[in-house]
Design a protein around this ligand. Structure first.
Ligand SMILES: C[S@@+](CC[C@H](N)C(=O)[O-])C[C@H]1O[C@@H](n2cnc3c(N)ncnc32)[C@H](O)[C@@H]1O
Length: 258
């Protein structure tokens, strides 16, 4: 998979040399290229921004500079990702979709963001443009948001994570639940013992215990995810536990609070 990141702070992206993403680059699983937007400027000051039409505070990034950069970097069939707090909120579903793209180009905004015509222009040209937010808060620039999305996408690229099984039961996976609590050695620490069932070696009981804890944790922390579950995916034990937790089938087939 090819990933290009365009930023006025290319050094910010140097962390992409580390950890699993760095290893994936070394192993050739990820062709990751970082570009300095200012390389596409033509003036002495390497200007990438200007004052906003209509007035107001701050500066806006110029579409002409971005256009030159994207035209050069974007390959046929590549997708353009524009991190912005006004975008759709990025989720694991987006990560899964992005992981199947041949190329992703991340356009890191700064100041008040990128002139809106950039996304409009590439969309009109038939490019898949995704304006995505990593959450309801405002950062100074798109670099951190791009790093978040690149890491979430890259770990889904085949071969990237040593044991693909570890992706299956994770939070926000196909089950639509948060992950159960996890423990390792020592079995007793700070007066806290791990649950006995995890030492039982009884796979079915461990699986049931984990599913119950995942349901409980999700109900407590993310009731929106319980409401989004498909009752067809629940077994009798799930239904009984959810009823104890105050969730029952509603008229429209979904789960509602009792
Ligand atoms: C200061 S922000 C601009 C905020 C913009 N004026 C607004 O109110 O929507 C500068 C850049 O940071 C990035 N950014 C900030 N918050 C973000 C978020 N929650 N998700 C994704 N990108 C974000 C975007 O690239 C954005 O263009």
């Amino acid at each position: 998979m090819r990933v290009d990141v365009v930023s006025i702070f290319p050094d910010y992206l140097s962390v992409l040399d580390l950890s699993l993403v760095g290893k994936a680059r070394q192993r050739g699983l990820l062709d990751l290229r970082v570009h300095d937007l200012r390389d596409w400027t033509a003036d002495r000051h390497r200007t990438v921004d200007d004052t906003p039409f209509g007035g107001g505070a701050g500066m806006v990034m110029r579409p002409d500079v971005w256009g030159l950069a994207i035209d050069e970097v974007l390959e046929p069939g590549g997708q353009l990702v524009v991190p912005t707090p006004s975008g759709e909120v990025f989720t694991q579903r987006h990560a899964e979709e992005l992981a199947s793209a041949g190329q992703l180009v991340f356009a890191c905004g700064r100041y008040e963001g990128i002139d809106a015509r950039v996304a409009e222009h590439y969309r009109a040209a038939g490019v898949t443009v995704r304006e995505l937010s990593i959450g309801d808060y405002v950062l100074n620039g798109g670099e951190v948001a791009s790093l978040v999305m690149i890491e979430a996408v890259a770990r889904l690229v085949p071969g990237m994570v040593g044991n693909p099984e570890s992706l299956v039961e994770e939070s926000h996976g196909a089950a639509g639940l948060l992950e159960y609590p996890v423990y390792t050695k020592p079995p007793s620490w700070a007066g806290l013992d791990i649950p006995d069932v995890l030492l039982s070696g009884h796979h079915a009981r461990i699986a049931r215990w984990r599913r119950d804890r995942a349901l409980e944790r999700t109900a407590r922390r993310r009731p929106d995810m319980i409401a989004a579950l498909d009752p067809a995916d629940l077994d009798k034990h799930d239904v009984a536990l959810l009823a104890e937790l105050g969730w029952v089938p509603g008229d429209d087939g979904g789960l509602v609070r009792a």
